[in-house]
Design a protein around this ligand. Structure first.
Ligand SMILES: [Mg+2]
Length: 463
């Protein structure tokens, strides 16, 4: 964008083509100066081999979903920020602290390998993910490169964003809300299509609160109303269908085929891990659904890891689109690994996201490196102070439906301490965490003498 703006100015002021090149060089010089200034602001440390993790602390921000933000400190002043999945608990990251203390934070993969046994789906992937972000923040600052550079190359300079939009039982009001999103600059849309929209209409839902044929007709009227407002070219995804079986999902997906949806999300809830249907345990149900409809099928916002969460869905081509939340799926390194594997199998990636600017920008760095990336979610475009939680990225962070990928070191953000402190849910601002000093797993005989039998069969006590 800056290049084209500069070019327009050059054309306006100076007709000669050479002048346009002058404008170009001027731009690159100023960019270089800006990046140099940005780097000077960071402690890049003087001895990477001597860098050691000294602490991990947290702050819990109250928002539409609470944001557990963590900070990993080092012996050289450089630190990294990370975030546990929205509405998760900071403790899922802090219990990992004893496994980090004393280690060199630049050993990103060896550290993450060690932490993998502490991960699971839903919010239990949040600790690993928060640590991944903080380590990439530190490494980027130390080496003077943006986090995306640590895992790949940029496929794009801006990430296309879609946002949640409150539903209304009045199709016209619902559609009007989506039209306003388009006015705000969004080019990718999602609407919730819960059966709650039609359940008070006679004959629209059965005893399980699943839409009948009449109910599906009525739900279709909502989609039609939205299509009438945003047009047929714009990608339109759907979500929150309620507690559906495989057969219910097939009926729904077929009924919506005529609307050329971008995807239908988390359709199958029966038989899944926990409520919401976003952590499927059985890829076979999704394969049945996918093969029965032309509506693209997406799932995965509460799955952790390639092998643990996504591989069966991808290997068996059981879905059309993976939809990881980087704050559950493993953040920068693991989510790129998942998405690259999906890409090799012809499956695109969309990103689920509902956290603070810390996790958002970490996800943006990751998303910039993905080959087949559709769009990334944001749940906070209507929260006025959301972007004020940090300094660093260009503001507004979500600008006309896109987020610019930072080129500054690490995640390219710092917390705005005053604003964060205005929104603390409970606990302090990165208060000490001695309650997490001890291992919860895998380290025996800690805390005192160790009575045992030596090699000669004599009882001894080791310290
Ligand atoms: Mg969802």
């Amino acid at each position: 964008m800056r290049f084209s703006k500069q070019s327009r100015l050059s054309r306006r002021n100076l007709i000669a083509g050479a002048a346009a090149f002058a404008g170009f060089f001027k731009m690159t010089e100023s960019d270089a100066r800006a990046q140099a200034r940005a780097r000077q602001g960071f402690n890049r440390n003087s001895a990477p081999s001597q860098l050691k993790i000294t602490d991990m602390r947290s702050v819990l921000v109250a928002s539409n979903y609470d944001y557990p933000i963590i900070r990993i400190d080092t012996n050289q002043g450089v630190y990294g920020l990370g975030e546990v999945r929205d509405a998760g608990r900071e403790g899922t990251a802090l219990v990992l602290k004893p496994h980090l203390i004393g280690r060199n934070p630049l050993s990103i993969e060896p550290i993450l390998d060690r932490l993998r046994i502490f991960c699971n789906h839903q919010r239990m992937g949040g600790g690993y993910s928060a640590v991944d972000m903080a380590l990439h923040d530190i490494a980027g600052k130390v080496y003077g490169v943006p986090a995306w550079r640590l895992v790949g190359s940029k496929y794009r300079d801006k990430i296309r964003i879609y946002c949640d939009t409150d539903q209304s039982k009045d199709p016209k009001i619902f559609a009007e809300r989506l039209r306003k999103r388009a006015q705000q600059g969004f080019t990718f849309f999602k609407m919730d299509l819960g059966t709650s929209l039609v359940e008070d209409k006679p004959g629209a839902v059965d005893s399980r609160r699943v839409a009948t044929e009449k109910g599906l007709q009525l739900l279709g009227e909502y989609v039609q109303a939205v299509r009438d407002q945003i047009g047929w070219e714009a990608p339109l995804a759907t979500d929150h269908f309620g507690a559906l079986t495989v057969n219910d999902s097939i009926r729904y997906a077929r009924a919506f085929e005529r609307f050329n949806l971008a995807w239908a999300e988390d359709m199958i809830q029966i038989g899944h891990l926990g409520p919401g249907g976003d952590a499927p345990k059985d890829w076979r149900g999704y394969k049945e659904l996918k093969e029965a409809t032309t509506t693209p099928i997406a799932t995965g916002e509460s799955l952790f890891g390639l092998e643990e969460g996504f591989k069966d869905l991808i290997d068996n081509r059981a879905i059309d689109i993976i939809h990881p939340d980087p704050l559950t799926s493993g953040a920068i390194r693991e989510t790129k690994r998942i998405a690259d594997y999906a890409s090799m199998h012809g499956i695109e990636t969309a990103i689920h996201f509902a956290g603070s600017p810390v996790g958002c920008l970490a996800s943006v760095h990751m998303a910039a490196t993905l080959k087949d990336m559709l769009a990334m979610e944001n749940h906070a475009v209507d929260i006025p102070w959301w972007g004020d939680l940090v300094t660093g990225p260009s503001k507004p962070i979500v600008d006309r439906g896109f987020i610019t990928v930072p080129d500054t070191p690490g995640l390219g953000i710092e917390l705005n301490e005053d604003v964060v402190k205005e929104h603390i849910r409970k606990g302090g601002y990165f208060a000490p965490t001695p309650q997490y000093d001890d291992y919860i797993l895998d380290h025996f005989r800690r805390g005192g003498p160790y009575p045992h039998i030596d090699e000669n069969g004599n009882p001894v006590v080791s310290q």
